[in-house]
Design a protein around this ligand. Structure first.
Ligand SMILES: Nc1ncnc2c1ncn2[C@@H]1O[C@H](COP(=O)(O)OP(=O)(O)O)[C@@H](O)[C@H]1O
Ligand SMILES: [Mg+2]
Length: 334
């Protein structure tokens, strides 16, 4: 058994006030193996970025533990973070704000190389040109400013910066969400190619399950800070076990008109189920109970346990947090 590169155990991140705390991340467990891509999907506000930021040390954990490459990050002092900083990088959604507009691409990319690896200027320039080549940008990009590039090209620059120090894990937080569709596909393919030649792992965060599936081996589905379902990417996408995952798939636009119509009908059913069922404050039931077409009284009372089953052909276990889930038959009612 290989040791996971990243392990998150029982992570809680709180916002809100002491009197009215709000779990943006609510007892989350997940692992990423070396070289693996784990997709993290859920609608806006479900806590995806907060998990990414907790790993990066930007949101303190209220409870739980994050272990990266054998080191406990949750209790790491800021000054000790630099020991792991090279191995843990991030690409954010917005390539317009994540690159300093007053620096040339060469300066942006030489910063990590010279500051962290004390690389001489000439060696750094050679390495930068090599990095630009890897992300599909021409050599002469080095002396230009970010404003001279399109959104997709800027995201390539951000990816090159993340890769400069050959990290073990890159957190990609909605890296293609700001790009148009054809550019999205190019950047996704680039991320996929880059991983092929090294043992690079990604935590790939997006609100669109189809985008996440494109790149991920395993997928975690998050809703209101909790894991609803986790499993092999094909299994979660093609045979979703949790009603929330089904709703998420139903909400995604698809090119096929008939399929779109069928999905819209399914979504309407979910929405109408939700309007009559609003959760009370202070409950510890399932956060999806108010929108779930399969809701039962127990769903509002008790937090569903994680059930682990192995239905995927490759043996990857699926975890489902749903009272209605019957591991023997799959979901009743749908
Ligand atoms: N710094 C913060 N202060 C207070 N609330 C926050 C903060 N960051 C995020 N939140 C809240 O936490 C929840 C999860 O946010 P986020 O992790 O950004 O979701 P996602 O990335 O899935 O869209 C949201 O309700 C959001 O409003
Ligand atoms: Mg986010």
């Amino acid at each position: 058994m290989t040791t996971p590169l990243l392990t998150i155990e029982d992570l809680v991140v709180d916002f809100g006030t002491r009197r009215k705390p709000f779990h943006a991340v609510d007892h989350v467990d997940l692992t990423i193996m070396p070289g693996e891509t784990l997709g993290l999907v859920g609608e806006s506000g479900s806590g995806k970025s907060t998990i990414g930021r907790a790993i990066l040390g930007l949101n303190p954990a209220s409870e739980g533990r994050i272990t990266f490459d054998g080191k406990d990050l949750s209790h790491l002092h800021a000054k000790d973070r630099k020991d792991i900083a090279d191995d843990l990088q991030v690409v954010f959604q917005d390539p317009y704000s994540s690159l300093n507009p007053s620096l040339t691409v060469g300066q942006i990319l030489s910063e990590p190389l010279m500051a962290r690896q004390k690389m001489p200027v000439e060696t750094a320039r050679t390495r930068i040109k090599e990095l630009l080549g890897r992300v599909g940008l021409p050599d002469d990009a080095i002396d230009r400013f970010p404003s001279r590039f399109s959104g997709g090209q800027r995201q390539r620059i951000a990816i090159a910066r993340a890769l400069a120090l050959s990290p073990k894990l890159v957190i990609c937080d909605e890296p293609v969400s700001a790009l148009d569709l054809s550019t999205q596909a190019q950047v996704l393919n680039l991320l996929s190619d880059l991983r092929g030649s090294s043992n690079l792992a990604y935590l790939f965060i997006a609100h669109d399950l189809a985008v996440v599936k494109h790149l991920s081996q395993r997928i975690v589905v998050l809703y209101r800070g909790r894991i609803m379902e986790e499993g092999d990417a094909d299994e979660v996408y093609n045979r979703p076990a949790h009603p929330y995952t089904r709703a998420l798939i139903a909400a995604a636009p698809v090119p096929n008109v008939r399929e779109q119509r069928a999905r819209r009908a399914e979504r309407m059913q979910t929405v109408s189920a939700s309007s009559s069922a609003i959760l009370h404050d202070g409950h510890d039931g399932c956060p999806f109970a108010g929108r779930c077409p399969l809701v039962q009284p127990v769903c509002r009372e008790r937090r569903p346990a994680m059930t682990t089953v192995t239905t995927a052909a490759n043996g990857t276990p699926t975890r489902v947090a749903c009272h209605a889930y019957d591991p023997a038959s799959g979901h009743p009612g749908i």
